[in-house]
Design a protein around this ligand. Structure first.
Ligand code: CUA
Length: 339
């Protein structure tokens, strides 16, 4: 090969590789990782991307060089020379891809194995998916239930998923992992949060009418703040003061994500405005306490005009203890009268 050819090939390769690398680096393809697992997945992603850029630059430069250098003249109708191929080249273009694909396989297997490794001291959170809400229970922290996923930073966390109705899918983009929740099966996901912050939890499986509103937040806290939160919640939920207990049940179960309730500082409009409960009770022709209790336990019994059926989680009432349900009903009655 002539020196000029090598220089041209190299030049084309640098141009093709440079453009591809610029596209890869300039655009924010992946969110900033917020867990150790996401870090490893990020590494694997870039490991594959770098290989792809090098191969692309190589192929693109050879292709461009061949098109420019060996193009037939407009009046040249002759066949090209009859050649048999090149055994040496064939060995290389078989060997190099084999090595690369094997390397990707090995690195992927290591990342998967390490991401799945819970270690000895892990922390468990039971996740229940139902049309159309997430709920998180902490068996190691007073069996607390929360509508937002709170996690202590740096702890190895096992999320254990069950679904009460159809297939949902748990996704926090900053954690880089997705897990389906399947009725009749228990599925799991391992996360070690490493970055403080609030991240969106999104359902990514079309699960019915309220699929788009099946969202909540994952809040990564320092271990001390997490313990403080867990203890305060446990105390509030069991408080003899029904306003305190009811407000805690309302907040922990994420009611404010869909409903307006001035007393709770929420102004969402997915579901009926809970400040107007007395008006709704009147329309339904029921005493306020009975109406509120029924609406929590059997949400389809009365549907406020303009709102669809089946969007409020049907079994939400059953997931509360009697004490929690009483507190919530009391709280809703007293807050809506004020509002
Ligand atoms: Cu649950 Cu979509």
């Amino acid at each position: 090969m002539r020196r000029g050819s090598i220089a041209s090939l190299l030049g084309l390769g640098i141009v093709a590789g440079g453009i591809t690398a610029a596209v890869a680096l300039a655009l924010p393809w992946l969110p900033k990782p917020a867990s150790n697992e996401a870090d490893r997945i990020d590494f694997l992603f870039w490991f594959v991307i770098v290989i792809c850029i090098v191969i692309f630059a190589l192929v693109a430069s050879v292709l461009a060089y061949s098109i420019l250098r060996f193009r037939a003249a407009p009046d040249d109708e002759s066949d090209g020379p009859s050649i048999h191929g090149h055994t040496g080249l064939e060995i290389w273009w078989t060997l190099i891809p084999t090595i690369l694909v094997t390397a990707i396989g090995i690195v992927s297997a290591i990342v998967l194995a390490r991401d799945d490794n819970l270690g000895k001291h892990y922390f468990r959170v039971n996740v229940t998916a139902q049309q159309f809400a997430w709920s998180f229970t902490y068996p190691n922290s007073h069996n607390l239930t929360s509508g937002t996923l709170r996690l202590p930073r740096g702890r190895s966390v096992e999320l254990v998923f069950t679904s009460k109705d159809v297939i949902h899918s748990f996704w926090v983009s900053e954690f880089s992992q997705k897990q389906d929740t399947v009725p009749g099966l228990t599925t799991r996901l391992h996360i070690t949060p490493k970055r403080l912050g609030t991240f969106d939890v999104i359902c990514t499986e079309l699960c019915g009418l309220g699929h788009a509103v099946m969202r909540t937040e994952a809040i990564v806290m320092t271990p001390a703040a997490f313990d403080k939160w867990a203890n305060a919640q446990a105390q509030a939920v069991t408080s003899p003061n029904t306003t305190v207990a009811g407000a805690a049940v309302f907040k922990n179960n994420g009611c404010g994500a869909c409903h307006t309730l001035t007393a709770a500082g929420s102004s969402a409009t997915v579901g009926p405005d809970l400040d107007k409960l007395p008006t709704y009770a009147q329309t339904a022709g029921k005493p306020l306490p009975d109406f509120v209790r029924q609406s929590v336990v059997d949400p389809n019994a009365y549907i406020a005009p303009g709102y669809p059926k089946n969007v409020m989680p049907q079994t939400f009432g059953q997931s509360l203890s009697k004490q929690q349900l009483d507190a919530l009903v009391q709280y809703l009655i007293s807050s809506s009268k004020k509002g």
